[in-house]
Design a protein around this ligand. Structure first.
Ligand code: ABU
Length: 463
């Protein structure tokens, strides 16, 4: 198997230790180090090579086995090779005539993902730049199904439309200008509360038209009960979209696919292979169960300079007219090549391994003094507090939580400045700041996870 580790500066005389995850500088310091100004005269190649070295040196090494900061990590070599090829070939995925290979590959990957989801009748889809955009696609389709003339008449004739959702999706509401109603508890949607909200919205004269469920929430990795939500959506004729950007990968695993039970019943799915499956950024699919070209009808602008209907080939392969974008990168290739190389079995094993490692970490946290789980992990998100010795004997009280709230930001600052590891922290609702470890990469070992806990203790024990 290809091994690519982009961990070190290309320059062998660098002073950066090989195993640093990041070399922290403030924006002002970094601006000076990078010499960002663009001048009238170009620089010689030796200088440009140094610019490239610097770009690598000062970037965060997200493929480092101690990078746990986001919902992506690690390096998938086949996918990275596909990225290089896609950039080198430099084409645009709006028409078959300029991207024949990638058009067919996107179609093949989408069809395979649709099959894995379990939409027996088939479906449609499109790769796009990120999960938020996939979710916006879903809103567009749900609204288009409800108001098929909104492209012509706008929203003026529409009633007050309501989306019911399980987690923060403010970007969707900002872009689509629709009202959101949140129905969740500890990150998970409660079906009975959902039904009550639907009734409430209707009693206020509003029109609920869509439910946005989540499979793998960003912070806790919680999964909404899709099957039960689907029952309610069928009863009230609501579009059911599942944001499975993070948790969609579980469907590849026989052991963990139960987390997505009922996904075959939903109308649309957002699933990002660049997250747990480790495809190169960005690789994000929007999938829809509809087979009546809803995606095309909803977004088509029929630009006559691209989508001439009298072309000499089958113009249904000109997929760009389904998109809200014009230019579109061949992101599906990055997933197609790695799936070809690894097969579904290896993808399954990666999911199983990531979740086994997350379980190992959770068990270690339970064993260690000063560490406390926020809740039992359902997926690969392991959320926990670190209590320095000075806080360990304090009684459970608002004072304890107030003090604990200040611990994670200081530990984070220290880990960034040391460059030894990266993990995220955040508050959630009433909960004080806690760490969120996301375990994905097959390059992560138990030793790396032990190191994380040791390091957090070392960085925070004096607080
Ligand atoms: N799309 C949200 C991802 C955020 C994160 O990586 O934590």
């Amino acid at each position: 198997m290809l091994q690519v580790w982009l961990l070190v500066d290309l320059d062998s005389d660098t002073s950066v230790p090989v195993f640093q995850v990041c070399e922290w500088h403030s924006p002002e310091q970094l601006k000076k180090l990078l010499d960002l100004e663009l001048r009238d005269r170009g620089e010689p190649e030796s200088e440009i090579l140094q610019r490239c070295r610097d770009a690598i040196r000062y970037s965060v090494k997200t493929s480092h086995p101690r990078f746990f900061n986001q919902l992506y990590a690690g390096m998938e070599p086949y996918s990275m090779v596909a990225s290089f090829i896609a950039e080198a070939v430099k084409t645009n995925l709006y028409t078959y005539e300029v991207a024949p290979v990638f058009t067919l590959m996107e179609d093949a990957v989408l069809r395979k993902m649709i099959k894995v989801i379990g939409w027996e009748e088939g479906g449609d889809g499109i790769f796009n730049p990120g999960g938020s955009l996939s979710n916006i696609y879903a809103v567009n389709l749900a609204r288009y199904r409800y108001c098929p003339d909104f492209k012509e008449v706008g929203m003026f004739s529409a009633p007050r439309l309501v989306i019911l959702t399980s987690q923060e999706v403010s970007r969707q509401s900002r872009v689509t200008e629709l009202r959101l109603s949140r129905v969740f508890f500890r990150g998970r949607m409660i079906p009975s509360a959902l039904e009550e909200k639907i009734k409430l919205a209707k009693s206020e004269g509003a029109v609920p038209f869509m439910v946005n469920a989540t499979a793998g929430t960003t912070v806790l990795g919680a999964f909404d009960p899709i099957d039960e939500i689907a029952d309610i959506c069928e009863k009230h004729n609501l579009w059911l979209h599942v944001d499975a950007c993070w948790g969609g990968a579980a469907i590849m695993s026989k052991k963990h696919k139960h987390l997505l039970k009922g996904i075959h019943r939903v109308d649309s799915v957002a699933w990002n292979p660049h997250k747990m499956l480790m495809a190169s950024l960005q690789c994000s699919a929007f999938l829809v169960r509809d087979k009546t070209s809803l995606l095309q009808r909803c977004h088509s602008a029929r630009a006559s300079y691209l989508f001439q209907q009298d072309k000499f080939y089958d113009v249904s392969y000109d997929t760009g007219d389904k998109s809200v974008q014009c230019s579109r990168k061949p992101d599906a290739f990055k997933f197609w090549l790695m799936w070809k190389a690894l097969g579904s079995r290896e993808l399954e094993q990666r999911v199983d391994r990531a979740l086994a490692m997350a379980r190992y970490l959770a068990e270690e946290i339970k064993k260690r003094e000063g560490f406390r789980l926020v809740l039992e992990p359902e997926f690969a998100n392991v959320c926990f507090w670190y209590l320095p010795p000075s806080l360990r004997n304090l009684p459970e009280s608002p004072e304890l939580w107030k003090k604990l709230h200040t611990v994670a930001p200081v530990v984070k600052q220290r880990m960034m400045k040391t460059g030894s590891m990266m993990t995220g922290y955040q508050p959630l609702g009433e909960k004080a700041n806690f760490f969120r470890m996301v375990v994905i990469s097959p390059q992560v070992s138990r030793q790396d996870l032990d190191f994380v806990l040791d390091e957090i203790h070392n960085l925070g024990k004096d607080l």
